[in-house]
Design a binder for this molecule. Sequence first.
Ligand code: PLP
Length: 394
Amino acid sequence: MGNKLNWIDEELVSLKDSGLYNKIRTLSSPQGAWLVVDGKRVLNFCSNNYLGLANHPHLVKAAQDAMQTYGVGPGAVRTIAGTMGLHLELEKRIADFKRVKEAITFQSGFTANLGVIPALVGKEDIIFSDELNHASIIDGCRLSGARIVRYDHANPKSLETVINENKSAYRRGLVVTDGVFSMDGDYPPLDKLAEITETHDLILMVDDAHGEGVLGEGGRGIVDHFKLHHRVDVEVGTFSKAFGVMGGVVAGNPRIIEWVRQRGRPFLFSSAVTVPDVAATIAAIDVLEESTELVDRLWQNAEIFKQEMRLLGFDTGKSMTPITPVMLGDAKLAKEFSHRLYEEDVFAMALGFPTVPKGMARIRVMISAAHTEDDLEKALNAFTKVGKELNVIK
Ligand SMILES: *Cc1c(COP(=O)(O)O)cnc(C)c1O
């Protein structure tokens, strides 16, 4: 057999020793405020199901109905086998929802980033990238072959500095940032970033995976929140978070969308999302356009929870959205905290390096509109009990 794979065993032991090994739990229920995990009913604070749409009857029904007409699979990539009317409908609906001109869908937010960034910039170009950008943005940037220059997190001054340091040393330039940063729940001053990119004639891209369904009017996202429609060149999004389904989107300037249709490699070389995904996502847009009730409840729940946690003495970091980090520092402590919460029927994930920087481990609490006041109170009680036990609060 040889020893060529022994390094994997050693790496895994080292991950376990440092508290960074991922143990994945198995669910036997839909995503909702409560989950059944390995036979145990627990309160769910782990998912990105911000609005409770992952198990919404309107979405489930739409998926079932669409399968009667279209079957399940797309058959091949859209440029070869043709595109289903349903995919085009989704693209129109999501562009309208976001109040931009056009949109193109991908299999996921991850592949949307891998598609759009290398379509926009290449070897002779430069990317100015927020230092805390999501892994899929980083991979998209690397894949493009462009020079990557990082700027300080959410810091327009730092962006301006690195732009000036690299002036005229490139053909095209792209500024890219997360909309909402998923580990801290903060977002950048996108209006300031837009001004700077306009001054320097750079392309501006925002990945709003955690902003859609959360920020802006009725959950229209960070671009709507800052009223920057048509000033942000391109938005990447996902249907896997607040929309409760699966799929990615690139939206914005029609010239960019047309170009991505010709040059976005995951669009050209990988099949589209399935029929039930598309139909359910359209239904999610129906729900969002009909009423702001779910988005309002999400923010209400978040306000209540964050305020109470701070009163208890927890450090909720820089959160500006329903994503609530509970800062603990040490990765092992965070694991232990999460483990104890679980024993108290609260499912909330510990995050450590490399997902967050070393020494900044935390529990991340994902608030949802699906949580009732009673659910939040149960969670607060569990946090109080475990926090005292582990000497995090007094
Ligand atoms: C979750 C996330 C993605 C990936 O989205 P998927 O549709 O799940 O692949 C991309 N970008 C950001 C910023 C994200 O938070």
